[in-house]
Design a protein around this ligand. Sequence first.
Ligand SMILES: C[S@@+](CC[C@H](N)C(=O)[O-])C[C@H]1O[C@@H](n2cnc3c(N)ncnc32)[C@H](O)[C@@H]1O
Length: 303
Amino acid sequence: MVEHLPVTSVWLTCQRPAREQRRGRYVADTSRHPAKMLPDAAVHAITAYTAPGDLVMDPMCGAGTTLVEAVRSGRDGIGVDIEPKFTAIAQANLALAATHGCTSWGQVVTGDSTNLAALLPASSHGQVSLVLTSPPYGRATHGLVRTVPGAGVDKRDHLYGDKGVGNLAYLGWNRLLEGWRRIVAGCVRVLRPGGVFVFTGRPVRLAPDDLIDLPGELFTAALSVGLEPVERCVAMLAAVRDGQLIHRANMFGLMAVRKARTDGIPVSLVAHEDVYVLRKPRDRLRPVAKAGPQHHMTPAERR
Ligand SMILES: C[S@@+](CC[C@H](N)C(=O)[O-])C[C@H]1O[C@@H](n2cnc3c(N)ncnc32)[C@H](O)[C@@H]1O
């Protein structure tokens, strides 16, 4: 059964268009990733749930938004993605942050996160303060569209990467959820007790009478591997001005809605993502640490 939590807060994470949020902070190739998190959403989660010096991790890091915003906020960041072309972009984004004077540590690993604990340095196990991630929502929901002068509309990078390498985007809903469950179980291993797990997602409508409550399913799977619920929030994908929503959909989003309506599927432009916040239970048997300065591992210790 899908579990639910009431929404407790709305994050105004799209007051600026996405490209403005990324301008000067991300390399141009970042646009090759079809489904990025809004940088302002990542900043909100990182500043709400961590302190400077904490370690932030994303097991499906794509172009590296979580990692970039972590290191630019004085946190350390580590991420994994199964597609080498995306980890190369994430790496370039971290390198750009370093040229801008960010001294925090950031690392990107290429691999299948259903085997997460084996991919991350053993010294990071039990050290992660925040996991911030978003899984693919299936192959059909994302894409990049640009208008080419004189050539009309060019739709490209519709797909995440190569099929058959374990990318959850291509596995069908049941295997996607099973892969997700294994990835979250790995996150539980590397989170510190009391560490926070945040994911964003949105429902997927496949037919007039077929709506997949993907966020609810992802949340239920996260509970099943031992995480505790904390809160549910909404991250805006539209701006809010004078009580009105200003949509930020790109041409792909507009075209997808138009096509779905033509096919009789009652969809609207998506204006928000669900954000679920969970926590790894604290170890109740551990003696309470004496008050004093916290020790944050150095990058050398984490490797
Ligand atoms: C919604 S995107 C995440 C985007 C990212 N938050 C960003 O801002 O760029 C989901 C990512 O999960 C990756 N992925 C899918 N299956 C994976 C797996 N088994 N292990 C690691 N990464 C995976 C995809 O390649 C994709 O980049």
